[in-house]
Design a protein around this ligand. Structure first.
Ligand code: ADP
Ligand code: MG
Length: 697
């Protein structure tokens, strides 16, 4: 991703959240013109109250943003805390206090511990670098992925870059849902023009995202323009401002779509285009009404092509507001298929359309034939999760002692019919898997988030109790990276594999075997799972040799499995224990080698003749391209084809390779599941419809 000249970014953990990064800093090395758009909520958070009257302005130098605490409804102390933080940032960077903006997101009504922020500033300033990835991570709350993008625009022969990072999830009402978007550009634009462009672009993009129609106390969009691109400064309306604004709106449009797709509980993203409206206000209102209609959203969750609800919404809106629109003249297109035109339903292949409704993005177009205006809105489906959480919101959302938010996630609120069906289906599978071995590779987001860790531990304990024999192999990449970082070492990855040099190896081993493994064992045994922590060195469980790559690239002490001590592992399984294995192998010379946990899981699954090999990761499964659609079912042959076509990259490439070797070794079913959803392991094993990708020989 391209980043404009003259900006530096950082993101660290300062203790507002239990363990993830929660403090981001964006610095402009030159004074920048600045604009902002804020929530219209009258109960605005302190940082909003602080920044709103100061923008648009010249001479801004820094934005400090935190997640984990909204600093909203915190009384006069809230503004004092903002002031303390602005002073500290100014001192740390050697700039003026007036040049600092702040933004916050997270829990409402709890005082922001400003000292945690101040204490972390030196490390944050130290870390400042050219790429916004860590800053993008640090502003996330309930988001499941980082959102960032960039655009280029040519202004009078000079190429200017705009880049944005953003967070927003918002299925849960305002408490956890906020949009924060930080945009930087090296274009030269005067503050007033910058503000105009930003306000108009936000109107068409971020303001057209609807998840639950709730307005947060903290919504903040900042735009800094430092003029380093060298274009003649844009002072006001004209072709240059138009070009700049087009690029900005395009960038914010991508952010809006990313937010809609990541709405909490959402399984599908919805894009609604309304065209042919009498004016823009009507087009926007209509698009937003469709995207936020509970009936439209519910049918989306059920993959039901129920276009009648779309037209019903249009008709209701037109009737209530007295618009000059005749819904019967409208044309409705669903997933590219015309379903209603010329006043009557069109002939469609319902089965084919239904299949297309299962895709993760659904497009609805409504052509009103009543004028020239057009608008786009984005939303998501209304899932069981949303209803369950919001049906008993205050008792299901709990604040933890450390200030973080958590969920009391039980099926208690489902209907009795649903519970009966679920149980009957589950018991069938429980009977089928009893006595079988399942190797579970535990990685990705499931390893980081407390609520997901707990759900995973419950699942494993439960699997064991119903007679399955789970074997857990864990990774630990995020922990290793952050520990190395604390020790002042950067992690280098080649194609998703860590370069493990002689200095890094003891850290890798300490974190995996000494920390991650032990924590996992404790978590499992708190649920009486009978977990036993093992490294590959124990009992010569994993004999390894240094891995050699086709590319000839030396990745240091990275190993591959040569031999598995199956009898040793069998002894634990027969005794009713759950082996929890850290991916460290023993080389013939007695030294340690770090092994990709995927490879370890595959080798163990083969050695134990496991009925299943399950990968928990941080994507929905195997996707048809690195950010494409989920592929639900594949054969080994399909996988090889996808690998060769370059459709699988990064960490997934190695995972897929290990999966292929497991299939070759006789494992009959391999699953790749989304570890960001709680209890996916149980859902996969005990229900008819799979949740991720299933790979068979
Ligand atoms: P883990 O910690 O679970 O081993 P990795 O980061 O090693 O996760 O591998 C998963 C990553 O692979 C995903 O987050 C995604 O960015 C990347 N990836 C690349 N291509 C694909 C693809 N076709 N399908 C799914 N993920 C992919
Ligand atoms: Mg991996």
């Amino acid at each position: 991703m391209r980043v404009p000249r003259g900006f530096r970014f950082g993101g660290v953990h300062c203790g507002l959240k239990p363990q993830r990064r929660d403090l981001a800093l964006v610095v402009s090395d030159h004074p920048a013109a600045a604009a902002g758009v804020f929530t219209k909520n009258k109960a605005a958070a302190a940082p909003v109250q602080d920044a709103r009257p100061r923008l648009p302005a010249e001479g801004m130098r820094a934005i400090l943003a935190n997640s984990g605490n909204a600093n909203a409804l915190t009384g006069p102390a809230g503004l004092d805390d903002v002031s303390v933080i602005r002073t500290a940032v100014a001192d740390a960077l050697g700039i003026q206090k007036r040049a600092v903006l702040t933004a916050s997101t997270g829990v409402i009504g709890a005082r922001l511990p400003a000292m945690k922020v101040v204490t972390a500033l030196p490390a944050l300033v130290e870390q400042l670098g050219d790429h916004p990835d860590l800053a993008a991570e640090a502003i996330l709350t309930t988001d499941t992925r980082v959102k960032m993008a960039a655009r280029e625009v040519v202004l009078e022969g000079k190429v200017a870059v705009l880049s944005a990072i953003c967070k927003g999830s918002g299925m849960l009402a305002p408490q956890l849902a906020t949009c924060m978007c930080l945009v930087v550009t090296d274009a030269a634009v005067a503050p007033a023009a910058l503000q105009e462009a930003l306000s108009r672009s936000v109107e068409k993009t971020l303001n057209m995202v609807t998840v639950d129609g709730e307005m947060s106390t903290n919504d903040t969009v900042y735009l800094l323009a430092n003029a380093l691109a060298g274009n003649p400064r844009i002072q006001g309306p004209g072709p240059d401002l138009l070009r700049f604004e087009t690029a900005l709106a395009d960038l914010l449009g991508e952010m809006a779509r990313a937010m809609a797709a990541d709405g909490e509980g959402a399984t599908r993203m919805l894009e609604v285009v309304v065209e042919g409206a009498p004016d823009e206000a009507i087009a926007s209102d209509c698009a937003r009404a469709i995207a936020s209609s509970p009936l439209v959203k519910a049918s989306l969750f059920g993959a039901d092509p129920n276009w009648g609800r779309v037209l019903a919404t249009v008709g209701a809106r037109a009737g209530a507001r007295g618009w000059e629109i005749d819904p019967l003249r409208a044309r409705v297109v669903l997933q590219g298929v015309t379903v209603f035109a010329r006043g009557a339903p069109a002939d469609v292949d319902r089965e084919a359309l239904r299949e297309r409704m299962r895709e993760t993005r659904v497009d609805i177009q409504v052509a009103l034939e009543a004028g020239p205006a057009r608008a786009v809105a984005w939303g998501c489906d209304l899932s069981y999760d949303y209803v369950k959480l919001n049906a008993d919101y205050t008792s299901l959302i709990v604040q933890k002692p450390d200030g973080g938010m958590g969920r009391d996630d039980r099926v208690a609120n489902y209907s009795p019919t649903f519970k009966r069906t679920l149980l009957a289906e589950a018991l069938k599978y429980i009977a089928a898997f009893s006595g079988e071995v399942a190797v579970i590779k535990y990685g990705g987001a499931a390893m980081v988030k407390d609520s997901l860790k707990e759900a995973f531990a419950e699942d494993v304990a439960l699997l064991k109790k119903v007679g399955l024999k789970p074997v857990v192999v864990h990774g630990g990449a995020p922990e290793i990276t952050s520990t190395l970082e604390k020790l002042g070492e950067r992690s280098e990855f080649v194609d998703g594999l860590r370069v493990t040099d002689a200095q890094a190896l003891p850290v890798v081993e300490m974190v995996l075997t000494g920390k991650v493994n032990q924590e996992l064992v404790a978590l499992l045994n708190a649920r009486k799972a009978g977990a036993v922590g093992l490294s590959g060195k124990d009992g010569r469980l994993l004999i390894a040799r240094k891995a050699v790559f086709d590319s000839g690239r030396d990745l240091g002490n990275l190993g591959e499995v040569v031999e598995v001590n199956r009898d040793f592992l069998r002894m634990f399984l027969d005794g009713g224990y759950v082996p929890v294995i850290s991916p460290i192998g023993l080389a013939e010379d007695g030294s340690s080698l770090s092994i990709n946990a995927d490879d370890v899981a595959a080798a163990l699954a083969v050695a134990l003749k496991a009925a299943k090999l399950i990968h928990l990761t941080d994507v929905p499964g195997i996707l048809d391209s690195p950010d494409g659609e989920l592929v639900r079912q594949l054969t080994a042959e399909d996988l090889v084809r996808r690998l060769e076509a370059g459709a699988v990259t990064g960490g997934m490439k190695w995972k897929v390779q290990s999966i292929l070797s497991a299939l070759k070794g006789g494992v009959l079913r391999v699953h790749v599941l989304d570890g960001r959803q709680p209890h996916t392991v149980i859902a996969e094993l005990f229900t008819d419809r799979g949740v991720g990708s299933l790979i068979t020989p």
